[in-house]
Write a protein that binds this ligand. Structure first.
Ligand SMILES: *[C@@H]1O[C@H](CO)[C@@H](O)[C@H](O)[C@H]1NC(C)=O
Ligand SMILES: *[C@@H]1O[C@H](CO)[C@@H](O)[C@H](O)[C@H]1NC(C)=O
Ligand SMILES: *[C@@H]1O[C@H](CO)[C@@H](O)[C@H](O)[C@H]1NC(C)=O
Ligand SMILES: *[C@@H]1O[C@H](CO)[C@@H](O)[C@H](O)[C@H]1NC(C)=O
Ligand SMILES: *[C@@H]1O[C@H](CO)[C@@H](O)[C@H](O)[C@H]1NC(C)=O
Ligand SMILES: *[C@@H]1O[C@H](CO)[C@@H](O)[C@H](O)[C@H]1NC(C)=O
Ligand SMILES: *[C@@H]1O[C@H](CO)[C@@H](O)[C@H](O)[C@H]1NC(C)=O
Length: 917
């Protein structure tokens, strides 16, 4: 039964639909599809571009959003929407509407957005929108309205509508009201009465034909932002805004205003003064500003009179503007101003006089402007500044960029005791900046003087204790540096830009003393030296050593051919080192050894052929390494690439894809590092034939070089070592036992050897074995300790340098182990992977086994995973405890360490367990 009923309804709806469809067809052009597309899920219907002449009647009754724009609808009738009571959004723009009946929208109690723009509407009925309490946006632009439409009920009634309560609420929620591009010529006070209880964010009357704004016309307009741009005003009458407190911002730009007519404030009660805080009058035709022009605008904070034809002002032009903070007078024709032009506006903080035609700037213009902190005079054709003291003692920012200043001397800035920022960029005639030019302005924090023609550093900056930022980049000739100590007391400077100043490497160090130009810059964070001429860079290894706070060093495009291994010494804070576009071929292995905070290294576009194995051994923070466009053909096995690396670019290098590169090729597959520009990493013509010009990714070492060729190399080396060692031990067995015997005899007779050996019995009292990379620990920690606490040890072997010269390496090692009272080995993650180091360790352990004395101390510089420890070491540690763990950053821990070490040094105890080797 239900099913049959439902079918019946379906049938009715379908019939109605077909019927209507037919009707609509008859009235309109034949090649359009007249059916609206309805979307039931969001209750919308799109009927635009359907050639409709009336609102369709066949739509679902619960439609909430209806678009009938771009049709040929002429009229909206009272009945047009009676069935669409759920409508919230209605777009009827771009039609030919000229008539809308007075009750058309009365059923649409939920309507929020109504678009009626681009029609032919010239009048609208009074009660049109009086029921639409939820209306939020109303657009009526591009119509033919001659007056402000009265559509929210009878304006005379609204005065007592509060009494009736209900009805006229059409604009209660209306926030945006667009009336631009109509034909409104006349505005009258009564036009806005009906809107009195509304509140608009924007009320837009742009592009109308309004010719005047009568006194107090806006009294009842409750809009925050009023736009009346592009109208035909000739006079701006200050009294137009009397009585209005709602309007905060007014823009009347490009409206042909030629004069401002002040109001006679003495006759007007103060509570009628306008509440406007921002007034934009740019792009008008004002020639001058009369005295007291805007008197009464007591709340005005921002006044923009830019892009007018102003050539003169009075010193009373801005009187009455008690709150004015920001004044824009840019792009006018001002050549000169009266003394104290702005003194009236006592709160004025910022004046923009850019793009005027000021030949000679006179500081007296600003006399009395005690709050002035920013003065912009950008591109104003200034060639001279009168040598008269400035009276604006609070001025902090002075922009003089893009002018024609001839000179700046000790008189130019007299009075500016609080000046913080001075911009002299691009004054092409400015070749004369005297030695004491900045003497009067020692408060300066920022000096920008890029793009000058000539400049000589005469030590002017050395006493500027406050200076934080100095930019002298893009000088047209070589920066001259004529004395020492340019920055000796510039201790606050954080950014120094000397890019493209034609300086040479020799300029970075000072005459005779060979000290660095940068001495004294203890706070320097960023040093930009791009595009200079550092051919002799390797001759100035001291240039940067004073800059231990430096974070960024930019040496891009400086023609650097060669780098001294000490040049970046002491730059322990450096995070960004930019060396791209130079001529560098080789970087010494130790060049980056102090850069433990380096994060970003750009070596793009150099001629680098080799990456030293240990180059990155100390840059443990390196995250971004850019090596593209170099001449790298191979990367040696076990080259140290930091695990911190996030991004590596090595594209465009002539890689030789042979087995020598196998290790690196496999490293590329293993790491988490992002390898960018992958498709540009190619095998060069020196590669295996089938790989030439292929990407490196088509090189699979297993296919070409057998299984892990480098592993085999490593393993066989180990085997050879062990073999040669065994032979050695075998050969020396008798001699060894004999010596041991004699030793026992000499010291303790036939008793068990216990704690009776003394260091003096040995040729060396201490033998330190370590990998070259760990030498810093010996220098920084061990040596000071030995000097301080164990000065009696006279014969100490420090690594390989203490070995007997001239003998076979293995022999020399064996000799020193044997003849040392104690042998200390430094273990780190890197050292346990070093074949030679492990050989030494094995020899030491074997020797210990033979002597059965605890002659070996292992010092762990860091925690090493058990898996990474060779079996031999684990075995040794499990049975004996001849090891110490160094603790960083913990003084107590270090004290304990040294105490244990001292104890260990006291005797060679007998071993608990012998290791089966
Ligand atoms: C007209 O448009 C509707 C909705 O987009 C569609 O369902 C119908 O098939 C179209 N009719 C023709 C004749 O193209
Ligand atoms: C409104 O809908 C009813 C029922 O569907 C219909 O009879 C009536 O003609 C519709 N009115 C208009 C003006 O579309
Ligand atoms: C709409 O206009 C008609 C005739 O012009 C008039 O009778 C009716 O009262 C008006 N309705 C309203 C709400 O003003
Ligand atoms: C600066 O102006 C104030 C008031 O206008 C005046 O009293 C003072 O003498 C002036 N100072 C100089 C150095 O001109
Ligand atoms: C500025 O320098 C000139 C000469 O260089 C000197 O005569 C004059 O006293 C200086 N003025 C000030 C204010 O230091
Ligand atoms: C290196 O930096 C230290 C501070 O870390 C500083 O005291 C020292 O003067 C610098 N060395 C040179 C040669 O400037
Ligand atoms: C490295 O420096 C070059 C030259 O300044 C620049 O073009 C490139 O973008 C830099 N590379 C990266 C990844 O920042």
């Amino acid at each position: 039964m239900m099913a049959v009923y439902a079918h019946a309804i379906n049938f009715v709806v379908l019939c109605g639909f077909t019927l209507l469809y037919g009707v609509v067809m008859d009235h309109t052009s034949k090649n359009l599809n007249h059916t609206c597309s309805e979307n039931p899920s969001d209750h919308s219907a799109n009927c635009s571009y359907r050639g409709l002449t009336s609102v369709p009647r066949n739509l679902s009754h619960d439609v909430r959003s209806l678009n009938v724009s771009d049709n040929n609808i002429f009229m909206l009738l009272d009945k047009s929407f009676v069935n669409y009571t759920q409508l919230e959004t209605l777009d009827a723009s771009y039609n030919s509407m000229y008539l809308i009946e007075n009750e058309t929208f009365h059923a649409l109690l939920l309507l929020k957005v109504l678009m009626l723009d681009h029609n032919n509407i010239s009048v609208l009925p009074i009660s049109l929108l009086e029921k639409n309490c939820h209306l939020y946006l109303l657009s009526l632009y591009h119509n033919k309205l001659k007056r402000i439409p009265l559509i929210f009920g009878n304006n005379l009634q609204t005065t007592y509508s509060a009494k009736n309560g209900e009805d006229a609420c059409g604009c209660k929620n209306l926030s945006r009201f667009y009336l631009a591009f109509n034909e409104v010529r006349l505005l009258e006070k009564g036009d806005f009465v009906a809107l009195r209880n509304c509140s608009f964010d924007r009320f837009d009357l742009n592009h109308n034909d309004i010719k005047s704004l009568p006194r107090a016309v806006f009294t009842d307009l409750p809009a925050v932002h009023l736009l009346i741009n592009y109208i035909s005003l000739v006079q701006f009458q200050a009294d137009s805004f009397l009585g209005n407190k709602a309007i905060i911002q007014v823009t009347i730009t490009a409206s042909g205003i030629r004069s401002i007519v002040p109001m006679n404030t003495s006759e007007i009660p103060r509570d009628l003064f306008p509440g406007i805080t921002k007034l934009y009058l740019s792009r008008n035709e004002l020639i001058t500003i009369p005295k007291y022009a805007l008197d009464g605008f007591e709340k005005l904070q921002v006044l923009d009179i830019g892009r007018n034809l102003l050539s003169s002002l009075y010193n009373g032009s801005f009187c009455g503007l008690k709150s004015l903070i920001n004044l824009n007078l840019s792009v006018n024709k001002i050549t000169s101003l009266p003394r104290g032009s702005f003194a009236c506006a006592e709160k004025l903080e910022s004046i923009n006089l850019s793009l005027n035609d000021i030949a000679v700037l006179d500081p007296q213009w600003f006399d009395g402007s005690h709050s002035l902190s920013t003065l912009r005079l950008y591109e104003s054709n200034i060639h001279d500044i009168k040598n008269i003291p400035w009276n604006t003692t609070n001025l902090q920012t002075l922009i003089l960029a893009f002018n024609n200043l001839n000179s700046v001397n000790n008189n130019t800035f007299v009075g500016l005791k609080n000046l913080k920022c001075l911009d002299l960029t691009r004054n092409h005639n400015l070749v004369d900046i005297s030695v004491d030019a900045f003497e009067e302005t020692s408060s300066l924090e920022k000096i920008i003087m890029t793009d000058l023609v000539k400049f000589t550093m005469t030590g002017s900056f050395s006493n500027m204790h406050q200076l934080v930022f100095l930019d002298m980049s893009y000088l047209s000739s070589r920066l001259e540096i004529n004395s020492r100590g340019q920055f000796s007391h510039t201790s606050a400077l954080r950014t120094l830009n000397l890019s493209s100043t034609y300086i040479k490497a020799e300029d970075l160090v000072q005459f005779k003393s060979n000290g660095s130009l940068f001495s004294g810059l203890v706070s320097l964070h960023t040093l930009k030296l791009q595009k200079n001429l550092f051919y002799d860079f390797h001759h100035v290894p001291n240039a940067f050593t004073p800059l231990w706070n430096l974070h960024e060093l930019d040496l891009t495009d400086c023609r650097i051919p060669q780098i001294d291994s000490g040049i970046f010494r002491n730059l322990t804070s450096l995070t960004d080192l930019l060396l791209a576009k130079n001529l560098i071929k080789i970087i010494p292995a130790k060049a980056f050894q102090d850069l433990q905070n380096l994060r970003n290294l750009n070596l793009t576009s150099n001629y680098i052929t080799v990456i030293e194995k240990q180059l990155f051994s100390r840059t443990s923070s390196l995250q971004y390494l850019y090596l593209q466009n170099n001449q790298i053909s191979t990367i040696d096995s076990f080259t140290l690439l930091p695990t911190s690396l996030k991004v590596l670019i090595i594209a465009n290098n002539p890689f030789t894809c042979t087995c020598q590169l196998a290790w690196f090729r496999e490293w590329l597959d293993k790491v988490n590092t992002t390898i960018d520009k992958r498709s540009e990493i190619r095998c060069s013509s020196t590669s295996f034939k089938s790989l030439r010009n292929q990407t490196i990714w088509s090189f699979h070492p297993k296919d070409y070089c057998g299984v892990n060729i480098y592993l085999i190399v490593g393993v066989s080396l180990a085997i050879v070592t062990v073999l040669s060692l065994s032979i050695l031990t075998y050969q020396k067995r008798w001699w060894l036992n004999h010596k041991l015997f004699l030793l026992k005899l000499a010291i303790i007779g036939y008793q068990e050897i216990t704690e009776n050996q003394v260091p003096e019995d040995y040729e060396y009292q201490l033998n330190l074995m370590f990998r070259e990379d760990d030498e810093w620990w010996i220098n920084d920690c061990m040596k000071p300790f030995l000097q301080g606490r164990m000065p009696h040890l006279e014969h100490i072997v420090f690594g390989d340098s203490g070995l007997h010269p001239g003998s076979f390496y293995l022999n020399a090692i064996y000799d020193v182990i044997e003849n040392s009272y104690k042998t200390v080995l430094l273990l780190s993650n890197q050292s346990v992977e070093d074949t030679w180091f492990m050989t030494k360790l094995r020899m030491a352990v074997e020797h210990m086994n033979d002597t059965k004395l605890e002659k070996v101390i292992l010092i762990f510089l860091e925690d090493i995973d058990d898996d990474n420890l060779p079996y031999l070491v684990r075995l040794l540690l499990s049975r004996n405890k001849p090891y110490l763990l160094w603790v960083f950053d913990d003084e107590d821990g270090q004290e304990l360490f040294w105490a244990k070490f001292e104890k260990n040094m006291r005797a060679n105890r007998e071993m608990n367990n012998v290791i089966p080797v």
